[in-house]
Design a protein around this ligand. Sequence first.
Ligand code: PLP
Length: 405
Amino acid sequence: ATSIFGELEVPAPIEVFALTAACNEDTHPHKVNLGVGAYRTEEGKPWVLPVVHSAENAMANDPTLNHEYLPVKGSPEYCKSVVQLLLGSDSKAISDGRAGAIQALGGTGALRLGADFLHTLLKYNVFYTSSPTWGNHLGVFKHAGFTDSRQYKYWDNEKRCLDFEGLKADLMAAPENAVIVLHGVAHNPTGMDPTQDQWKEIAAIIKERKLFPFIDLAYQGFATGSLEADSWVPRYFEKEGFEFFCAQSFSKNFGLYNERVGALTIVSANAAALQKILANLEILVRRTWSNPPSHGARVVATILNNPSLFNEWNQHIQTMANRVLLMRDLLFKKLKALGTPGKWDHITKQTGMFSYTGLSPNQVNYLVKEYHIYLLKSGRINMCGITTKNVDYVATAIHEAVTKI
Ligand code: PLP
């Protein structure tokens, strides 16, 4: 029979998931997945954080828990704790009652909710993302109705560093009320963050040009191993008196990828404005997913509110961050030892889970075909895919790709 859907076009597969599927099907004994955006242990396995496991065990045995709907805005305890985690418990915006959060479906849900709000209620229509940026930013904002998508310069591929002058020039030229999506820490995909002094300049331009900062914080803790250090950017924007949104994700730092735990956190100029924003967001949530899921948020809130669990979680974050740093160092040293042409110190200068290697699409192809090493066409690799056991193999493959292609 013919279908009313028969004329639909099939969109291109989502690269990062297609890559993982291809890698899973590959039977080569030395295959390596450097594409996936998730933490992997030294054994190349996903990691259920032991502290998450304990919290879940306690929940499983708690007879008082039920499966009633959560409030539309999310678990109040969770929302309160994530704002504190972001801004610090001594935050002035918190004590003034002008900082708050609404629970969202991961960082993605928070971005979408914030974008919906800004477009629908404030009629904002221009948004800027870094060039390059996380693959989904564009889609999320466009789907929320933004029609004017622009980019600010970010990565200088030749020099393999931040194009700070280009970045500033692009922001200076942005029209009033443009939404500026900023990676608050551990830039995805480049792994290259501005320095604190550079952030100060960025903030000054945003203030002067009356732009709207929307901070995406998906990797708090992953860059340095310190939750505090990794939330320097939102804390600085708060101290500078900005009104801003922040999309918090707990997928990576809690390893809760499939639980969809995130929050849209808001810092506003006064308590009355915050209440208006939250009330409007509540209606948007009601019309979108109605009520958030409870499990992941409860795990996060439990850990954030128990000093001993919180301490344990901090140690897990350090374990993850340190493993990534170690792999950066190892890969860099191996490439240097091999005498691989080009400069590779960007690998150790970059932070967070990812490294933008600078490998060309043809070199990437070569790695996939000849070595069964899977990575995004952009040359982005997930450092966690590297282990002490496969680093020689990966370095040799990169060396060969760079030398031959
Ligand atoms: N923002 C950035 C920069 C990311 O890298 C990711 C995940 O890869 C997200 C947001 C989305 O995170 P979540 O899985 O919590 O939706």
